[in-house]
Ligand binder design. Structure first.
Ligand code: ATP
Ligand SMILES: Nc1ccn([C@@H]2O[C@H](COP(=O)(O)O)[C@@H](O)[C@H]2O)c(=O)n1
Length: 231
């Protein structure tokens, strides 16, 4: 460059949505790491607030009780794709938010509008602060949280493929039980009134059923690079 300044690349915002077990986290982390971007797992934030509700004796079947408490916990997300973190009131909850109890209650908690308003604000603040850009994954990122994202991807996969992947991860879990649990959670997330799981009209849909994780990552990296090149 004539003035010796380093070339600047504008920050890029990538939204990755889709049902459970389609590969959003694995893909988003790898794409962000490869492209030097930040990474945000929004499901972890909804799990963290659910964990706090359970730990503080809030009835997760009572939307009014959840709404009244939604502003209380302080949730912080670390956005390094090589080591994402999540804390609630200063405590590391990366492990506790993955329990069966939290997984079975998170859809009810995340359906409460006051919870969504609170978490959506956090997500927008984090995305705006990412110096080179960010890959944000969840259920409503392209539709609601970041409707002006530079690139929106909607990952899908058959229920059978998703259940096989998940039960491989949860060693020994029955594949049929896992499949039914995934279907139930997706139905709850898709049918809630506020900001349901949905594909944005301008999202690129990628069916990962027959693709390896490496192929999905390559596909998304190519889409980001094409976007950056203005294609
Ligand atoms: N294309 C793929 N082929 C095979 N396994 C995959 C593929 N994509 C992801 N996986 C595996 O499937 C499991 C679920 O992936 P991941 O956690 O990334 O999904 P997710 O969409 O983020 O799920 P959730 O929404 O429930 O958090 C992981 O064990 C991951 O390694
Ligand atoms: N943008 C989002 C992200 C997640 N949720 C809710 O959190 C649950 C857990 O998500 P995982 O990705 O960790 O499985 C999910 O089932 C949703 O209920 C959401 O509402 N919006």
């Amino acid at each position: 460059m004539e003035n010796g300044a380093a070339p600047t690349v504008p920050a890029v915002i990538v939204a990755i949505d889709g049902p459970s077990g389609t590969g959003k986290s694995s893909t988003s982390k790898a794409v962000a790491a490869q492209l030097g971007l930040s990474y945000l797992d929004t499901g972890a934030q909804y799990r963290a607030i659910t964990w706090w509700m359970v730990n503080n004796g809030i009835d997760t079947d009572d939307p009014h009780a959840i709404a009244a408490a939604a502003g209380k916990p302080e949730i912080l997300s670390g956005t390094d794709p090589a080591g994402p973190t999540i804390t609630v009131d200063g405590a590391d909850v990366a492990g506790p938010i993955r329990t069966q109890e939290v997984t079975s209650k998170v859809s009810a908690v995340s359906a409460v509008p006051e919870v969504r308003t609170r978490i959506t604000e956090l997500q927008r603040t984090i995305a705006a602060a990412a110096p080179l850009g960010i890959v944000v994954e969840g259920r409503d990122i392209g539709t609601t949280v970041l409707p002006d994202a530079d690139l929106k991807i909607f990952l899908t996969a058959s229920a059978e493929a998703r259940a096989a992947r998940r039960s491989g991860e949860l060693k020994g879990a029955d594949v049929n039980v896992t499949r039914e649990a995934l279907i139930k959670r997706d139905a709850a997330d898709s049918s809630r009134k506020t900001s349901p799981l949905a594909k944005a009209d301008d999202a690129v849909e990628v069916d990962t059923t027959e693709l390896t994780l490496a192929q999905v990552i390559e596909c998304v990296v190519t889409l980001v690079e094409e976007k950056r090149a203005g294609k």
